[in-house]
Unconditional design. Structure first.
Length: 524
């Protein structure tokens, strides 16, 4: 009778032992790579039960020329999550020192899964650069035979498109300017480091998304354009007063697309053949920018260019050399001042109007430049805007930058500047922005969305895409006069002066809620 507790004690200690040892085993597996090793063994055992095929992609071909497929596959493999999770891999920095890239190590094997097929890649020894006979550098693909028949072609198409996208994103963007006739090279380039992006340009969020969507759709439309027999290009017209953000917007577009920019200085183009040669020497995946289209066509600029040569440039046969191009034209005036044939759909697909700063844009700028979401002076600022007085975003931005240590002083200065406009004061160029000239310049007041289509007789017809008069989303309540402003940087040809102005440009992001701005798209 005295021994009765012992059987209980034995079972309790056995249970305790099982719990503790399970805990320790689990902890061991979690803390070490034992589980991974077991999994690897299992996979290799499973692998041996299947018939495999191997493909070798050498770095050099028989003539010791580089095999581009090798680079593309390597770019793809380096981006795989399995490289990040591998036990050992290389790290490199990119063009931008803040970018860090993973890179497969020699003799490293990684797994990939595509459409349910398990594939493994091994990178064999690195080549001695330029070394003859260094055929050991290669990538070897191992795939089950049954999967090969099913996914091989699609898998390689997938690799090539992913690699192309990655290379495009990593590419350093360059700004090209044309040199005078007679110089040996037609284009000179510098690294494009403008800090503007779609986040920093103050404009309605919906508008930005629309443009981004449009660009994104363009990027993915190669097959579509080819099927239609159309050249894969898209043209934009950015128009509005000076200092309203057109150049900054071009920078944002180039960054979004990761395209090089060819900024054509038309004054250096002497004749038609010069145009053609310039165009033929631009590369695909690039933006071609022509500023001040209205001035060029009006004959006010020093450049000698006829409407017909501009039309040829826009959609002539030479404009079709190369593809995946975005052409951007800017204008400081209104569209009425330009021959409508120049702006017809097909020549210019998207029209975006950049208005002067209204209260909603002012709030976006105040938020990004001064960190102000609300302020007691906002009511007063709004009241002055309601009188119809306007400044350009560049002018408002400059006031804010110079007074960034005192937001109250910044707002007071904006109010004073607006009041000066309202009273018809200010500089001679800006004085036509007061209410007195409102009717004349009503176009500058708001963003617009228009689509132009051909009517049955083949004539260009305006089609309203929103409620309202088909001309404007916001009616005519915020009428404004347009005028010319000389911003702080003394900028005239904004785009070409970028390199000088980047130090003064803003870099903080812009909240665009509440802004009542819009884009106008025509003739898509
Ligand atoms: N909408 C805006 N949002 C943010 N910043 C702006 C905006 N508009 C102008 N700015 C600022 O004002 C300065 C001049 O702008 P930008 O050069 O883009 O204007 P622009 O319309 O191209 O002028 P121009 O027609 O004279 O070339 C830049 O520093 C830019 O950052």
């Amino acid at each position: 009778m005295k021994l009765w507790p012992w059987p209980w004690a034995t079972s309790i200690s056995t249970l305790f032992f099982i719990v503790v040892s399970t805990f320790l085993v689990l902890r061991f597996f979690r803390k070490t790579s034992a589980l991974q090793i077991l999994n690897k063994w299992w996979l290799s055992f499973e692998d041996r039960l299947h018939v495999h095929q191997s493909f070798k992609v050498p770095l050099y071909n028989h003539h010791f020329q580089e095999n581009h497929l090798y680079r593309k596959i390597l770019t793809y493999l380096d981006s795989l999550p399995s490289v990040q999770d591998s036990d050992y891999t290389n790290l490199f920095s990119g063009h931008n020192p803040a970018d860090i890239y993973l890179h497969l190590d020699a003799n490293q094997t990684i797994q990939d899964i595509f459409l349910g097929a398990k594939l493994s890649w091994t990178k064999t020894n690195d080549a001695v650069i330029g070394g003859v006979g260094s055929d050991s550098a290669a990538l070897v693909l191992r795939i089950k035979k049954k999967d090969k028949r099913r996914v091989f072609r699609q898998y390689f198409q997938h690799i090539l498109s992913v690699a192309e996208e990655i290379e495009l994103r990593r590419k350093e963007i360059r700004l090209y300017t044309n040199s005078s006739a007679g110089e040996s090279s037609r284009w000179r380039s510098v690294a494009f480091t403008h800090p503007a992006s779609f986040d920093t340009v103050a404009m309605d969020a919906e508008l930005k998304n629309k443009v981004k969507l449009d660009l994104d759709q363009f990027l993915k439309s190669k097959q579509y354009y080819h099927r239609l027999g159309r050249v894969w290009k898209r043209s934009y017209l950015l128009y509005g007063a000076s200092g309203t953000g057109k150049s900054s917007f071009i920078a944002a577009m180039a960054k979004f697309l990761c395209y090089d920019i060819y900024d054509i200085d038309v004054s250096k183009v002497t004749d038609g053949s010069n145009w053609k040669t310039l165009l033929m020497q631009t590369t695909s995946k690039s933006m071609i920018v022509i500023e001040d289209l209205d001035r060029l066509l009006s004959g006010k600029s020093t450049a000698v260019i006829s409407v017909s040569s501009m039309l040829n440039f826009m959609d002539g046969i030479v404009s079709c050399c190369g593809e995946e191009r975005v052409m951007v034209f800017t204008m400081n005036g209104t569209k009425d001042e330009v021959d409508q044939a120049v702006l017809r759909p097909g020549r210019v697909d998207v029209h975006i109007h950049f208005p002067l700063c209204d209260f909603s844009t002012f709030k976006i700028l105040a938020s990004s430049y001064l960190g102000l979401k609300e302020h007691k002076l906002f009511t007063q600022v709004e009241e002055v805007f309601q009188t119809g007085a306007r400044l350009s975003p560049a002018e408002v931005g400059e006031i804010m930058i110079s007074n960034r240590n005192s937001p109250t002083r910044a707002l007071k200065t904006v109010i004073t500047a607006l009041q000066a406009q309202s009273n018809g004061g200010g500089d001679s160029e800006g004085s036509n922005r007061g209410p007195r000239n409102i009717e004349k310049n009503r176009e500058s007041g708001h963003w617009r969305w228009e689509r132009r289509t051909m009517d049955r007789t083949g004539r260009l017809a305006k089609e309203a895409t929103s409620e309202g008069d088909g001309e404007s989303f916001f009616g005519d309540t915020k009428r404004v006069a347009r005028g010319f402003c000389v911003n702080q940087f003394g900028k005239v040809g904004g785009f070409r002066n970028w390199r000088k102005t980047t130090s003064g440009a803003m870099s903080s992001s812009v909240e665009s809620e509440g802004a009542k701005r819009f884009v106008s798209t025509e003739g898509q």
